[in-house]
Design a protein around this ligand. Sequence first.
Ligand SMILES: Nc1nc2c(ncn2[C@@H]2O[C@H](COP(=O)(O)OP(=O)(O)OP(=O)(O)O)[C@@H](O)[C@H]2O)c(=O)[nH]1
Ligand SMILES: [Mg+2]
Length: 604
Amino acid sequence: MREIRNIAVIAHVDHGKTTLVDELLKQSGTFGERDETEDRMMDSNDIEKERGITILAKNTAIDYKDVRINIIDTPGHADFGGEVERVLKMVDSVLLLVDAQEGVMPQTKFVVKKALEIGHRPIVVVNKIDKPAGEPDRVVDEVFDLFDQMGASEEQLEFPVIYAAAKNGISKLALDDDNDNMIPLLDMILEEVPAPTGSDDNGLQLQVFTLGYDNFIGKIGIARIFNGTISMGETVTLVKADGEKVNGRVTKLIGFKGLEKMDIDKAGHGDIVAIAGFETVDVGDSLCDPKNPMPLDPLHIEEPTLSVTFAVNNSPLAGTEGKFVTSNKIQERLEAEMNTNIAMQFEAKGEAAFEVRGRGELQITILAENMRREGFEFSISRPEVIQKIENGVKMEPFEHLVCDVPDEFSGTVIETLGKRKAVMSNMVPMGDGQTRIEFEIPARGLIGYRGQFLTDTKGEGVMNHSFLEFRPYSGTVTSRSNGALVSMENGEAVAYSIFNLQDRGIMFVSPQDKVYGGMVIGEHSRANDLDVNPVKAKQQSNVRSSGADEAIKIIPAKDMSLEHALEWIEDDELVEVTPINVRIRKRELDPSARRRAEKQKKGL
Ligand SMILES: Nc1nc2c(ncn2[C@@H]2O[C@H](COP(=O)(O)OP(=O)(O)OP(=O)(O)O)[C@@H](O)[C@H]2O)c(=O)[nH]1
Ligand SMILES: [Mg+2]
């Protein structure tokens, strides 16, 4: 069988992983001359395309100099760090990309830590060397220091370095050589990435790292073969994470090349293939030789840090916009999600509610966004940080936060974050009037902060964070300082009332939007909640004041996307999600019940 190399591409968000994979696909001759290619080909699902970020790890394969190179592209956003963790075991080395200007960022640290722990010796790709403000040498030093801090071995510290401008399809061994293609990187992969260990002569050992689904062939496991061979039609043993064993027949064996998948008859150790025929297969499961099943260690993934409650929608508008609205349907959908996404967990909480745990707000938003596109309707509570008790001490997750802000805003940012219990760990001028400020902050303090940060920096700041560790509980942090404007009536919002209300705060609804008693229709400019009537029409008077109606000027409503809404709400509020609308509401719709609940809370 032909030689194989297996690598994953890892980095902080946006450092150019998917773009680099595009170029490796194109320049290895994987596509025919006439094949159409587009940008970021591996970002294949809708939300990935819309947002321009990678969410799911995906594999592809190229053939270069008769060697099969399997490449796994991974997401860089911290919330999807679980995807990176689970693929690191499936490869023999990694391409660690670092932006020549941004340098080491929070998620660079996270992925480096995980890669070094597994024993990989990364190839460091300093990418985006075409950026005028890039400082590739400084970045290499930063990476070296990072490896050193993370306890890298001598061998790992002697990492190979290559410079690249993935967007232009260029890689070079030295900054001053004028190579203009990806050949140096491809050659480096052949040379520096260890060939897979194991042997075709051993019994089968294969581990599933991703699931797929096909309407005709059912559930598909994408897996790395660590030992032995697997053939179409063969009977093998599926070993689940809990040790349960079932025999089954391989009904389809699929190989990868470029963006294509093809049926194959047989594959050997070291390769990455997709297998159908095992309806109960989950991520982390092994397929083994039935004569002597030796499963691989289950995949260990960092625990979730954030939880929210998904519940059946019980607002007065429930069931009017969604296709799937029942507790059963929601449960089935969440179960399906957790089978493919081992970084998330869920648990039924009472009759019609489910606690969903994940890595961050974006991960939870993407799940909710996918569900609403599929026709689901439900409510979501305010994200809560997961705490745990260790040796009798209450512990909570902390994050490493990096803010790049124009110099003049650094004071405000430091002050606001101080109130949220952040501790500044570093502050450096970046040139161009920008300052980089690093903090360690309880994850709780970050909930809902992004909106504030954008306001504080007039939209010019960039913030990034990544999970650090669990630390002792740090006390109360401040939350939203504005109250809500709450509708006291059911009906349709009327332009006249909105016009009169807009002095009181920022409106979330526009004329003709459906509203109900207890629905939040805006942000109050003061700290308290205010009950208001958005459906009141103008009193008809006998004297027609000509032209007065047309003179009404309505400020456009603030668009509360799912993400904004989740960041904005407090504990006594919910986000109502339907395929058509995202609304914010009070948990208690009835005003007197709301007041009672408030009193009770204060009494505690
Ligand atoms: N100037 C410059 N821009 C680049 C280069 N490589 C990628 N980019 C740009 O950087 C942005 C992010 O690229 P992606 O390939 O999506 O980055 P990624 O690392 O896959 O991002 P995530 O998967 O979301 O973590 C895109 O706008 C690319 O065009 C480069 O070499 N130079
Ligand atoms: Mg990507």
